[in-house]
Design a protein around this ligand. Sequence first.
Ligand code: NAD
Ligand code: 89Y
Length: 345
Amino acid sequence: AAVGKIRGALIGCGFFSRNHLQGWREIDGVEIVALCDANEERLRMAGAAFGIERLYGDAAALLESERLDFVDIATTAPSHRALVELAARHRVAVICQKPFALSMNDAEAMVAVCRQADVPLMVHENFRWQRAIRAVGRVLAEGEIGTPFWGRISFRSAFDVFSGQPYLARNPRFIVEDLGIHVLDIARYLFSDVQRLSATTARVNPDIAGEDVATILLQHVAGATSIVDCSYATRLPQERFPQTLVEVDGSEGTLRLFADYRLQVHGRRGTREELAAPTVYPWSEAPWHAIQDSVVGIQSHWIDCLTKRIEPSTSGRDNLKTLALVDATYRSAETGQGVVLGAPA
Ligand code: NAD
Ligand code: 89Y
């Protein structure tokens, strides 16, 4: 590795990992020096594709043998806790893919172990790093539409996510845990933390185990009410995966993030429209552009935070509040009752 570069290793060389590896290549001052996957073929293929020679079938061996500044965990959720704990034992900073954990108990233990080891921990919660979502955040922060009192964040699609990620069809929980988690995080990012929530879920596709539709009503601590709605059972004339559409009504105007990243802002000074489209890299693949660009966004943020020794926007601690919304959504849908969220830490 080049002298002076931040040294990372990627654990998990599956479907989404090439976006991580491409993303790291876009960022100066960082190098992925080693790869790990329990599946030998995937490990070899990733190593060959990205010219990385130090390959490990076992994360413990990776951490024993390599001098690392961080590990980037891109495995699915069941392995996250053991891998985060392993990194913490070795005092190596950690990025962990979403869903961070499948239970609040695991998530809290992972945050605690990193805090005790004084190890930086970021959840790869990239949707709030999408260019269009950042643009919405900027408009709200600058007060262009006044104080938001209502919002809707909507993700409706029938894109076949199961061919690339077959585990999504088998998991007992699907859309809230996999995708709603991102949309709930965007709601927190735009409108503040949540004090009360109620939700319904449904399964429309008979061939999968979990729910593929969720409608969630959120009351935010700063005062706004928002609706998070997501579906993988929505057949539209134009498939827009993976676009998230946003509507916000504020005391001084309105904001609409329409299809194809058209952002309309109507404020006291009139109406304007801008295009908040993602950067398209030579390695970008339709329709994944916005997600791939947001991977570069969150990875750049990580390097920035690591260098400055500051807490990332989607730290483990922050992500507990997004996971609590996932948990509350399932509880509300199951019981038919609203859920009051505990005071944020
Ligand atoms: P995948 O199953 O295709 O790949 C995971 C890889 O991890 C596999 O190759 C597996 O062999 C390996 N692995 C599992 N446990 C391991 C262990 N203990 N040690 C070493 N290797 C291990 O999964 P995927 O579709 O690439 O998804 C990975 C994660 O990324 C999931 O949590 C998913 O939710 C998330 N994801 C995030 C986004 C996003 O935009 N943030 C998009 C897609 C997927
Ligand atoms: O796993 C999901 C994610 O995080 O973004 C989209 C996805 O790949 C399928 O829902």
